[in-house]
Structures are given as C-alpha cells and as structure tokens.
Design a protein around this ligand. Structure first.
Ligand SMILES: [Zn+2]
Length: 185
C-alpha cells in the first residue's frame, strides 16, 4: 500500500473513520455537524431561503443520494427541521432551527476569508433596517449590532456575475432577505 496522492481514498475513509471522537475540542465537535463535504453549502443555501429538496439539488449539482444523506444528518443534528410541503403531497420542506440560524456568522466569516484570500465575492450583505453594508465581522457599523440573518438583505454587486442558470441562482439575482423562503417558480 502506497501512502501518497494515489492512495485509494476508500482506504483513508476506512482508516480515518468519520468522526473526531478522540479530539477534545469545540471545533472538532462543530465539524462533526458541518465538516462533511456539501454540508456547509446546504446550510448556506438554507440561510438563503432554499427549502425544497429539488431546489437544493438544482443549485448544488449534488447527487441525490448524497443530498438526502446530508439533509437527514442535518435534521438529526438539530440544524434543520423537516415539515410536510403543503404544495406537494409526499414532499418536505427543510427549515433552519435556531441552532441552524446561529451558523450564519460562520458562513459569513467564510465569505469574508475567501473574499480576502481567494477571490472577490460578488455578493454583498446589508442590514435591512438601515441599508448599511455589513463589516468583516458581520456587524452593522451604523447600528453597532450584529443582525440576525432575517434582518439582512443579500444582493449581487454586479448583476451580470455568476454563470449558473438554475432556478435558485436566477431567484438570487434579485435582492433577497436571508432565510425568507425563496420563490423559484
Ligand atoms: Zn444597521
């Protein structure tokens, strides 16, 4: 068995396990919940207001089986709640819990880091009440508070930006209040 970048990734999965059970650290405990691939992007989309399986799937281009597994995990971990979809019999809506909404500053911090260290983001976030753009810590400099996501409006800096044409990406070209259900039809 070689141990380099050609090593079978399934080997690593078996040997490394899926959790950090011997790590006595708060970050390890958080990564148990959001550290798997796709999970934080699902949380991001839920903060944007995505609630339906088909919308997550269209926006993330994620295999359905993986999406289903991640959504179940987030429900089990108390980040999302699953409700019957009143408009589609047999389908569900996924809504953020209070603990899920509290991941907003984490998502915003990743936006800021990526903006400063990778590539400039095309999204900006304003405090709905006063219109001021949030600072790097997700606070409103005018009001001196860190608004919860439902008090934040997200919009594109350049409307032409972004190459995606799925219904979620199209809906998010307009200014949108975070966590407000996104209309994709
Ligand atoms: Zn403000």
């Amino acid at each position: 068995m070689r141990f380099d970048d050609r090593t079978d990734s399934r080997y690593n999965e078996r040997v490394l396990g899926k959790d950090y059970e011997r790590q006595d650290c708060s970050i390890a405990r958080a990564l148990e919940v959001v550290g798997e691939r796709w999970t934080l992007l699902i949380v991001r989309d839920a903060i944007y207001g995505v609630r339906r399986f088909n919308d997550f799937q269209a926006h993330l281009d994620i295999p359905k089986a993986v999406l289903s597994e991640r959504l179940n995990g987030l429900v089990e971990q108390g980040i999302l709640e699953r409700h019957p979809d009143p408009d589609h019999a047999g389908r569900h809506l996924y809504e953020l819990t209070a603990a899920g909404r509290e991941l907003w500053p984490v998502v915003h911090a990743l936006f800021t880091w990526s903006d400063q260290n990778r590539a400039p983001s095309n999204r900006r976030f304003r405090h709905a009440e006063c219109g001021t753009e949030l600072d790097a810590t997700a606070a409103c400099p005018s009001c001196g508070i860190t608004p919860p996501p439902e008090e934040i409006v997200m919009q594109l800096r350049h409307r032409r930006g972004g190459s995606r044409t799925d219904p979620v990406a199209r809906a998010l070209r307009e200014p949108h209040r975070l966590t407000e259900p996104l209309e994709t039809r």
